[in-house]
Design a protein around this ligand. Structure first.
Ligand code: GAP
Length: 591
């Protein structure tokens, strides 16, 4: 995965959003090649789902969504993930992603601060001074306190060893010092120090805290984690108090990264809420839509009226959706801002299950047509207990990403749940009138819902390959090649004049570029050796390369005039093609 992430940045597919300010977690920007790839994917989906069919029309709904829409759909009340926080780092995690762990739980009941109080500090200064009137310097720190203590030990000939850095050792040192001093007082300052360093004078944190140690981990680790916990609660040198040690099996109550205790799970709504207009009252709350589907349901009647479609028919939409994911991860896979390609295909209730099977097949075909290998696609028949309660059947189309098998798209039979919810909440008639049977019905819906960003990521992962190719001197070297299907490749054809300093070659190459440009996205490159130029294009997945050479200019015989070499990215084979045939030849392979 690291190689893919690095290529995406190096070649301009995907960048972290706001990178120069440290990045915005879970948000991504698509660079010059990424945006082309993404657009090709969306255009192909739109072509197949909308333009090639008589029974589907499109919609482009707004992102800002009325709170009543999402209240009716159930998102306001139930679109939540169980969330836990690490009590040490405050890191927020999805509760259902915490693995089960076993080991020993160390429970701490409180901690006290071993740092001397101001009063104790003052006494130390007086006891350590010999001549001049002592002053309490506010900049004195813990190390100074220890030095003062050691000076007193030396002056009074006490047998106390210097403390280590551990808070417990420092506390013992000062406690022993106070006992020794009060045994032989020479002024009132010995008693003042004892009182100043008594536990009652020092800060205490009464929070309990637990740490899980896995088998083989040293006990000291638990103590250090606990000390860090109490430090974050304001104790500078926490002396921790262990209450118990207990073995546990298969618990999910601890952070797998550091063993610290997690808070109990609580629901976390994934929607981004915003305020419309200047007033801050609850009526002005709006949401960034968490899915594109809801605007399709809400506009169902309007679209039906204007399109005059008969059941079954669909409404399709591509657009941004937003979810405040607790733990965005795996590059763009789980993002907070992403795009969906959704189709709501309305039908009669008795057609639902057949159409579910139909759309599953269509969608698998789509992924194959954009070049995703069938063997890396898997179909999960989601069991009833894991489906939404209103769904009569759901299939997840999964892809084998380098980080595991994960969902690309859901194809769900959602019954009439959404339309019924909006009918109830709005009081409007969102039904369908059948002219032939003269009956009114609320249509059921089958929904293929795909993620643009996840599909782009799958395309990139699927295309990434390394093989070997000869360098300038014919020596074999490793070649990175993105084997994008020509249909979705960001650049379809690269155009190379053999030499940049031969004006007729450059002029001809520019002519070829102008000829192909209306048909496809082309890229002109005259920099560097031709092999290097091929390699740069292989790395971004350009399927075709056209080289304009001296044959093209007719210098090696009239029969070769106005022909070029056309190189195939995958086979690296080159063929001689007439310039006039280029547009047709390449176009037939990229449609
Ligand atoms: N309208 C149904 C719906 O939204 P979903 O399974 O929550 O269903 C559909 O989302 C698709 O949207 C997913 O299969 C995935 O491809 C994409 N998706 C969902 N959450 C995403 C996220 N946080 N980041 C990227 N893509 C996401």
């Amino acid at each position: 995965m690291e190689k893919i992430v690095s290529l995406c940045k190096r070649r301009g597919f995907i960048f972290q959003s706001s990178e120069i300010y440290g990045g915005l977690n879970g948000v991504w920007d698509y660079g010059p090649l990424g945006v082309e790839l993404k657009n090709n994917l969306k255009q192909y989906w739109w072509q197949v789902i909308v333009r090639d069919r008589d029974d589907v029309v499109g919609l482009d709904g707004s992102i800002l969504t009325h709170s009543a829409v999402l209240k009716a759909s159930g998102h306001v009340d139930t679109f939540t993930d169980p969330m836990v926080d690490c009590r040490l780092t405050n890191q927020r995690l999805k509760a259902d992603q915490i693995p089960q762990q076993s080991g020993t739980v160390f429970a701490y009941e409180f901690a006290r601060d071993a740092t001397p109080s101001v009063a104790a500090f003052e006494a130390l200064v007086y006891l350590a001074e010999t001549d001049a009137e002592p002053r309490l310097d506010k900049t004195l720190g813990l190390n100074d306190a220890i030095s003062l203590g050691l000076r007193i030990v030396e002056r009074r000939g006490l047998s106390l060893a210097p403390p280590s850095k551990d808070p417990e050792s420092i506390e013992s040192f000062f406690m022993d010092l106070s006992h020794e001093l009060v045994r032989n007082p020479q002024s009132g300052w010995e008693e003042k120090f004892r009182l100043g360093y008594s536990v009652a004078q020092r800060a205490v944190c009464g929070d309990t805290f637990r740490v899980l140690l896995r088998e083989g981990e040293p006990e000291l680790k638990a103590k250090k984690i606990a000390q860090m916990f109490y430090q974050k609660r304001g104790l500078r040198l926490p002396v921790v108090s262990l209450l118990s040690k207990m073995p546990v099996q298969d618990t999910r109550e601890f952070n797998p990264e550091n063993g610290a205790e997690l808070t109990p799970p609580r629901p976390f709504n994934l929607m981004f809420q915003t305020q419309m207009g200047a007033s801050a009252d609850p009526a002005s709350i709006a949401y960034l839509r968490p899915e594109t589907a809801q605007s399709i349901f809400v506009q169902f009647k309007n679209v039906l009226d204007v399109s005059r479609k008969k059941l079954p028919f669909g409404i399709a939409q591509i657009g941004k959706a937003f979810r405040n994911e607790i733990n965005p991860r795996n590059f763009t896979f789980r993002s907070r801002e992403f795009e969906q390609m959704e189709l709501e295909y309305f039908c009669r209730p008795e057609q639902g299950m057949d159409l579910l099977a139909y759309w599953l097949k269509e969608r698998i075909k789509f992924y194959e047509e954009i070049g995703i290998s069938r063997k890396r696609l898997h179909i999960l028949d989601v069991p009833e207990k894991e489906r939404a309660f209103y769904s009569k059947g759901t299939f997840d189309i999964e892809y084998e990403f380098p980080f595991g098998r994960q969902e690309l798209e859901g194809v769900a039979y959602r019954t009439d749940y959404d339309l019924q919810q909006h009918i109830k909440a709005s009081g409007k008639q969102l039904d369908y009138f059948d002219e032939e049977t003269k009956e009114r019905l609320v249509p059921h819906v089958v929904e293929p819902s795909a993620g643009v960003d996840r599909t782009v990521l799958a395309l990139i992962c699927d295309a990434y390959d390394e093989d070997s190719a000869p360098d300038e001197k014919g020596k074999m070297e490793t070649r990175i090649v993105m084997r994008f299907h020509p249909r979705i490749a960001p650049i379809k054809c690269a155009i190379f004049p053999l030499l940049r300093n031969k004006e007729p070659l450059v002029a001809k190459a520019r002519e070829v570029q102008a000829l192909l440009r209306p048909h496809m996205n082309v890229f002109y490159d005259e920099g560097g050796a031709i092999g290097r130029r091929y390699r740069r294009q292989d790395e971004i997945g350009t399927p075709f390369g056209v080289t304009i050479d001296f044959e093209t200019l007719g210098e090696k015989g009239e029969e070769l005039r106005d022909t070029v070499t056309l190189r195939d990215r995958d086979s690296m084979k080159q063929e001689r093609v007439a310039i006039k045939d280029l547009a047709h030849l390449i176009s037939s392979k990229i449609r």
